[in-house]
Design a protein around this ligand. Structure first.
Ligand code: TYM
Length: 332
């Protein structure tokens, strides 16, 4: 089976609808045909201000949401990044192949460093994409399903793999990013030209997977639309309504024109009520399962440990080969 790799940061108590629609839904389907590895990237999450007890809790919660959304730990390898030391080790090697200018061009770094300022921006935030490249390359990955915002990081990963292979001999598969066109970017409900994000300025525009269903419905009813009053997809002129249509279509598997037809001649209130039902019906059971799993953290930790052993086996093989190729003295 071809190999798949993807991951998410445990940067909040709950995943948001963009993570679910842009990533998890695809992962769930793809795990049937790929040898899939999914990590909770706790080391990456340390590049943002964090509190140790909260980081641990968010890591478990993120893993629980993967499973609740249908990632099966007996089928896919679902583990915590820091449990496999090879990630940090390969990141060091790759950092010696990464140009300073090359890393400086990463748009996510530029955005985040601007937000954190000179003193809040760490070297870890700067080398974040190199650690992400290590995640992917350790597993001889063929495809990386991600949202649009991660594409540049996967391109960097490809460049590093090609550079290493050319310089030292082939150690890595060169991975391809897979981005589902229609759901590559889910937008904030209050600010529908900005992507929905766990770190959004206000909570009102973010749909949380683990939110109370009433709160979710309320946020949808209050979503920003426009004054035209017709349920019609037009990204340019109707970003709010278009975003809601994309969410509706993604969660029901229906085509946007069919949804437009259903709501033709009806107001936004009806449409939003319909969407609130769709979202609550989808998120509700996922939320219940996640909360159940979190009731037994010891069992969850056991599953994660077993999966980490499986991941480490693959990762150690690649790392050993890399160490040999770059000329590090073999440990005996
Ligand atoms: P993260 O944790 O920010 O997001 C996880 C996944 O969710 C997607 N996503 C979205 N998709 C559509 N619309 C949105 N509004 C939206 N918000 C988030 C992201 O594109 C991503 O697929 N650097 C990565 C984590 C990572 C990783 C990896 C991914 C670390 N190592 C190796 C793939 C392979 C990140 O911060 O994702």
């Amino acid at each position: 089976k071809p190999r798949l790799y993807s991951g998410m940061q445990p940067s909040a108590d709950s995943l948001q609808a963009g993570n679910y629609i842009g990533a998890l839904l695809q992962w769930r389907d793809l795990q049937e045909t790929y040898d899939a590895f999914f990590s909770v990237v706790d080391l990456h999450a340390m590049t943002q201000p964090n509190n140790p007890a909260e980081l641990r809790e968010k890591t478990r919660r993120t893993a629980a949401q993967y499973i609740a959304a249908g990632i099966e730990p007996s089928k896919s390898t679902l583990y915590v990044q820091s449990h496999v030391p090879a990630h940090a080790e390969l990141a060091w090697i790759l950092s010696t192949l990464t140009g300073f200018g090359e890393a400086s061009r990463m748009t996510q770094f530029k955005d985040k460093s601007q937000r954190y300022g000179q003193d809040g921006t760490t070297v870890g935030l700067f080398t974040y994409p190199v650690l992400m490249a290590a995640d992917i390359l350790l597993y001889q990955t063929d495809i990386v399903p991600v949202g649009e915002d991660q594409k540049q990081h996967v391109e960097l990963t490809r460049d590093l793999a090609e550079r290493f292979n050319a310089r030292y001999g082939k150690a890595f598969e060169v991975p391809v990013p897979v981005i589902q066109k229609d759901t590559a970017r889910i937008y904030d409900l209050q600010n529908p030209t900005a992507k929905m994000s766990k770190s959004a300025a206000t909570d009102a525009g973010v749909l949380w997977l683990l939110d109370d269903p009433k709160a979710t419905a309320k946020k949808i009813m209050r979503a920003v639309t426009d004054s035209e009053g017709s349920v019609r997809y037009d990204r340019e002129n109707k970003p709010g309504v278009s975003n809601l249509l994309v969410i509706y279509a993604a969660l029901t598997g229906r085509q946007i024109p069919a949804i437009e037809d259903e709501y033709a001649g009806r107001g936004y209130g009806d449409f939003k009520k319909g969407l609130a039902d769709v979202v609550v019906n989808e998120f509700g059971p996922v939320r219940e399962r996640a909360l159940d799993l979190l009731d037994d953290p010891a069992e969850l930790d056991r599953v994660l440990a077993a999966n980490a052993r499986r991941a480490a086996e693959v990762a150690e093989r690649t790392l050993g080969d890399v160490y040999d190729k770059v000329g590090l003295l073999r440990r005996v």
